[in-house]
Structure formats: C-alpha cells, structure tokens
Design a protein. Structure first.
Ligand SMILES: Cc1cc2nc3c(=O)[nH]c(=O)nc-3n(C[C@H](O)[C@H](O)[C@H](O)COP(=O)(O)OP(=O)(O)OC[C@H]3O[C@@H](n4cnc5c(N)ncnc54)[C@H](O)[C@@H]3O)c2cc1C
Lengths: 249, 310
C-alpha cells in the first residue's frame, strides 16, 4: 500500500523564539529550522511499515514555500521514495492545509495518511482530524502504537487517563505521538541519494481551494515573565518559605 | 449569543474540565447549552442539569457514544452546530480529538486551546509551546473553540435546574471500533486539578527510585507528574507527562525534581503559582522560572523534605 506522510518545516524545537517588538509575530529570520518532530515519527512509522512489507511506497508531502524543500530532502534522506511540495507563499491555516492534502489524497490514493499530532510552531493539533473529516475516513490520533492487520489497524492512543486501543479500517488517518517510535538519523550516503530523488512542485493555487484565512491575527505578545525566585539552602528553609512567605502550605 | 458546550465525562461522572470550559462560555456571554453525549450516562446528565450557568442540557444516549469515538461525537455535534454561535469543548485529548473533525465538516477554522476571551469573536491562545500568545479574531459564522482548563476558574457545579432534552443519535460511523482501555490507577489526586503537583524527571534515575517522588506526593496529598524523559524511560505512565505534548497544570505548588526545565516542559507548568525546583545543576533552566530553588542532590533533599513534613 501507499503511505502519504505530511511533514512541516518549523522553527527547531531547541530554539527559544522571540516575539517581534511590533507585536506582528514571531521572529523567524536566521533561526534554525527543521522538520516538525512529530512528523519525523510519522515518517519513521511509514519506513517501518515498508520494512515490514506493509507499505510499498512512501510519499512525503508538505505545504510551504520553496524553502520547505529542505524538509522534503530530509524526508527523502530518511527514506521516503518521493516528495511533493505544495507551494504557498502565505502559510495557509490548518483548515486550508487539510483541504490541500485532501486533493493530494484524491490524486495519490494512499491507504494511510500519517501526520504529526501537532506542529510545534502553532500547536493547533487540528490538521489530521480535519483531513479525516474531509475524506470521511476514520482517524487514529495521538498514536503510540500501530499494528497493521489486513485492511485495518489496531491503534493505541495516548489519552489523559492512560492508553486506549481502537481498531480503524483502511483507508485511515493516523496522527503521531512522540512515543510511537524513535526516528532514525539519516546517514551520509542516504543524504547523497536523497538529492537524486524527485520532488514534484505544485502551486497551491492550482488546486482551486479557497485558502482565505478565517482567523485574523490581531497581535502576538510574549507571555508575562515570572518574578525571579530565590535559592534556599535546604528542606527546612523551603518549608518555612512555602508556609510563611508564599502562604501555600 | 447561544453557546453549545460539549461535556467530557466517563459515563458516570462529569470531568472537572467541563466546569472550566463553561466559564469560558460565560465570558463569551449568552445562553449556554451543555451536551452530554454518552451511553447510560444519566448520573452525568443529572450533574449537568444542576450547574447554575447551564440553561439547557442535551442528552444523547447511544452505545456508539460510550467511548468518546471522535467520528460519532463529531457527527452528532455537526448536526446541531449551526444552531449556535459558538461550540466549545475542553482542550483535553477528548476535545482535541473530535472538535477539529466538526470544524472541517462545518468549514470552520477552529481556535485551539484558548487562554482568554477578549470578545465574542476574539480569543487569546498560546503558540510555540507558550513562548508567545496570539490574539486572533474569527470571521467564521459558528466559532469552534477548545478551552485550556487551567486558564479559566471552574463555575459552580450546583445551584441550577436546567431542562433536559433528548437528542437522537444516528448511525455509528463504519470503520472504527473501540477495543480496550488501559487506565492508570492511582491513589493520588487528579494531576489536572490537584492543588499540589510533585513531578520527577530523568534525574530520578530509575523506576524504583521514582518511589521517593511518590512518597513526597503522598505526604503532601499531591498529584504525581513527570517529564517526558521520565515517561520515556518508563519511570511513570504517559498520562503523568506535563508539558507541550502532555498535560498543562497550574497548581498552587509545582515541584520539579530532577527536571532540567526544557521549554517543552515549562509549557505545561509555568502558570503554577509557586514553582519549587530541586536540581543539582545550578545552571538548569528550571531555576529561571522557579520561585524557590534548592541546588542539591535530590536523593538528599527529597527524603529530608518528606521527613520534615511528617
Ligand atoms: C516536540 C517535543 C515535545 C516535547 N514535549 C515534552 C513534554 O510535554 N514534557 C516534557 O517534560 N518534555 C517534553 N519534551 C522533551 C524536552 O525537550 C526535554 O527533553 C525533557 O523535558 C527533559 O526531561 P528531564 O528534565 O527530566 O531530563 P533532563 O533534561 O535530562 O534533565 C534531568 C535533570 O536532572 C538533574 N539531576 C540529575 N541527577 C540529579 C540528582 N541526583 N539530584 C538532583 N538533580 C539531578 C540534572 O541536573 C538535569 O537538570 C518534548 C520535546 C520535543 C522535541
């Protein structure tokens, strides 16, 4: 079966971002960018499906600017067979992304689409569920384990109370949690090979999807800083502070 | 304004986060309807009807709604969403799972995880693991919103007597079924709402040694939390994880023990009233946001603290 994996280029998780002083957004100039960590889990899962003989072809897809080719090259270096870049100058909202991806699904006819459960830039946690709705497919979100069996998958999900297992029939959407697997690091020869793998470039506008934003960004601000604290010497002093200074004990 | 709030529950009791979500609804202002979608969840319906700020309870009772499957709840909510100006759910794994599905069916861009209501169409939400707050104005005719519980106080659970109306469910979604649930049983209070949380990180070193975290928590009648590293290493179950991808908590006291304080961890606890950090590395970033810090070996300090609290 064919597996489509959605990947996103985001500010690297190690970067401490800065809010622009005019409140218009977050400063992303000269900042290290990388693949959204959850998407690495998605791709890794697809690669393992291929190793296990469950998947035959892995297609990585992203919506972004031409710079997102970097992210697709990383996906190809990890082991994706080919990649699709949907070129959009203004980053569409999750709803728009889901609509674009639904068009790619129509063209590519994958049996499984794997997405990260959230992107660590806007933390929306929506795109996979929205794509599932648009396709009228079942969804297995926040997955920490996926076992394929014929044309269904037993999927273990992380919930607020522990774990739960559901069975979903293919075709289906899976969104990943970080504990699904440990993504591999591409080796140098793979990185070289990836340079020869094909990336299809398509204009977002060519899909005939309305990408007009529904949310207007009014302002972006930094959260209030916490008051600086103090170092105390030992447990006894801590208890005293909690009782008599903070009044929380 | 007429607002639909989707209750989270386990068919026997209402989850406290529903009360926080109702408060966000009250801030928007207007008539509030609470939907209880479940199976034989009469006790939840009774609880829902008793909440003072709720003017109507919709009760959908069907075996297909027993286990919170997103496909079925989304179908149900989609059928009535257009009757309301706003549809709200807690930004828990329950709400995050089904509400975006409704949003796509309604052709609406959901506003995720709000921490403030500016007006009926303008909301504040954290981005970049809470390192920035964005204020967004929605132009959608129905506003679909998930609510961060810790940012809104709970409304009164009693004092009301709302009318209850039945809502019929249709066909269960084909192609998804519930298999099993593995719920973490803990004698400790619920992590999401406990006034004191004691969390351990990689520094605790092993599952066996994690008992010293549990002992302190027991002494303080606190909930136990963990960093991702501690969960990944198997010291604690996944639902104990605090952070960007785990739970968001805001207790009166949060103990970060053997936790370095990565931004992703801070995202889940930086709104705590008092933060106590115990770490042997004085450079650990957790000290930058700690109210009180102890630079020492946790294996010395934590047992001493537990002892002194006796
Ligand atoms: C996309 C993404 C999402 C993430 N989401 C989360 C999340 O939700 N929650 C989360 O917690 N993390 C999350 N992380 C991981 C995060 O980046 C850190 O790796 C993690 O929080 C580190 O956990 P830790 O502090 O326990 O471990 P470490 O960073 O290894 O810190 C251990 C600390 O223990 C101290 N220590 C060691 N021994 C002792 C001792 N004997 N006495 C006292 N102190 C000692 C050390 O000095 C050190 O500071 C996420 C990462 C990514 C990429």
């Amino acid at each position: 079966m064919k597996v489509l994996v959605a990947v996103k280029r985001v500010v690297d998780y190690n970067v401490r971002i800065r809010v622009k002083s005019d409140g218009s957004g977050v400063d992303t100039d000269n900042v290290v960018m990388s693949m959204n960590p959850f998407d690495e889990n998605g791709l890794e899962e697809a690669l393992r499906m291929k190793q296990a003989g469950v998947a035959t072809e892995i297609v990585a897809v992203t919506v972004g600017t031409e710079q997102s080719q970097d992210t697709l090259r990383s996906a190809l270096a990890m082991g994706a067979d080919r990649a699709i870049l949907i070129n959009a100058e203004e980053a569409p909202e999750p709803l728009g992304i889901a609509k674009l991806l639904s068009k790619v699904v129509e063209q590519e006819q994958p049996q499984v689409v794997i997405l990260g459960k959230q992107a660590i830039d806007d933390d929306s946690n929506q795109t996979g569920q929205m794509l599932a709705a648009l396709l009228n497919w079942p969804q297995g979100t926040f997955a920490s384990k996926a076992e394929f069996e014929g044309d269904s998958v037993n999927l273990t999900r992380e919930t607020d109370a522990g774990l739960e297992t559901i069975k979903i029939n293919l075709p289906a959407i899976i969104t990943t949690d970080l504990r699904l697997n440990e993504p591999r690091l591409p080796k140098l020869p793979d990185i070289m090979k990836a340079k020869k793998k094909p990336i299809d470039m398509v204009e977002a506008a060519s899909f005939g999807v309305d990408l007009t934003p529904r949310l207007e960004v009014v302002s972006v601000s930094a959260p209030e800083a916490r008051k600086p604290g103090v170092i105390v010497a030992n447990a006894a002093e801590l208890i005293d502070k909690l009782k008599n200074e903070a009044g929380v004990l | 304004m007429s607002i639909l709030v989707i209750a989270e529950h386990d068919n026997s009791a209402l989850n406290a986060n529903t009360l926080n979500t109702l408060n966000a609804a009250a801030k928007i202002g207007g008539d509030i309807t609470l939907l209880v979608a479940g199976s034989d969840a009469q006790s939840v319906v009774d609880e829902a009807a008793a909440i003072a700020s709720v003017s109507k309870v919709l009760s959908a009772n069907d075996a297909a709604l027993a286990d919170g499957l997103a496909e079925n709840i989304a179908w149900l909510v989609n059928g009535i969403a257009a009757n309301y100006t706003h549809v709200l759910a807690p930004a828990s794994n329950f709400g995050k799972n089904f509400l975006p599905r409704v949003a796509a069916m309604q052709d609406v861009m959901q506003v995720s995880d709000i921490v403030d209501v500016v007006s009926a169409d303008t909301f504040v939400r954290p981005i970049y693991a809470g390192n920035a707050l964005v204020t967004v104005k929605s132009s959608d005719s129905v506003k679909l919103i998930t609510v961060r519980s810790t940012a809104f106080d709970a409304v009164e659970a009693t004092g009301g007597s709302a009318a209850v109306e039945e809502l019929a469910f249709g066909e269960a979604f084909e192609g998804v079924s519930f298999v099993s649930r593995d719920v973490t049983v803990s004698e400790r209070p619920d992590l999401a709402t406990a006034p004191i949380v004691v969390s351990g990180g990689r520094g605790v070193g092993s599952k066996e040694d994690f008992a010293i975290i549990e002992k302190l928590a027991e002494k303080m009648n606190a909930a136990v939390g963990a960093s991702r590293a501690a969960v990944d290493a198997g010291y604690a179950p996944n639902d104990f994880q605090v952070g960007q991808t785990g739970k968001v908590v805001a207790p009166d006291i949060y103990f970060a023990i053997g936790i370095s304080g990565a931004i992703q961890h801070q995202a889940g606890m930086r709104e705590s009233k008092v933060i106590v950090a115990i770490n042997k590395d004085e450079e650990a970033p957790i000290f930058q946001i700690a109210t009180y810090g102890i630079v020492a070996d946790l294996f010395d300090v934590v047992p001493e603290l537990t002892e002194l609290l006796s």
